[in-house]
Ligand binder design. Sequence first.
Ligand code: FES
Length: 172
Amino acid sequence: MCCEKKLSEAAAEKFAELDKFIDSLNLAADDERRRGYLIQVLHRAQDIFGYLPREVQIHVAKRLTLSEAAVSGVVSFYNYFSTKPKGKYCINVCLGTACYVKGSEKVLSEIERVLGVKADTDPTPDGLFSVSALRCVGACGLAPVVMVNEKVYGKVTPAKAVEIINEYKKLG
Ligand code: FES
């Protein structure tokens, strides 16, 4: 019960922070202007919550007096937005053709094995890592490519992937 209360208090604080941001915007009455703010508000919401669960999308829709469909349409259009929780470090393994041919699937399997989570599912229980597979990230000359947040690692072997993970574990 105590933990549940703490969780809901934490969520309430986050919603309050988001409301403060929305209140600071000069929300115009016309739909076009409010739509213009939508991406900005969703960015802020994702910064605050870490991702955009449905209840946050509904809240944003209400505050901007837009339809839920308009908000979820934007969320699903941009890769940047996530509806699932992510780890502090997002490991993205490229499975584009050049990387795949050079063994990126084995790299992904090793990362999944070492972290004990599958790609595109929940983060590790400590919240440090989440794993995803990507299509070509435009660095084919470095294949196989792995990205951790914005940082690009090239010519990654399964063993090198484990070293990379260990570096981030040390950072905590
Ligand atoms: S296929 Fe992986 S970077 Fe292009």
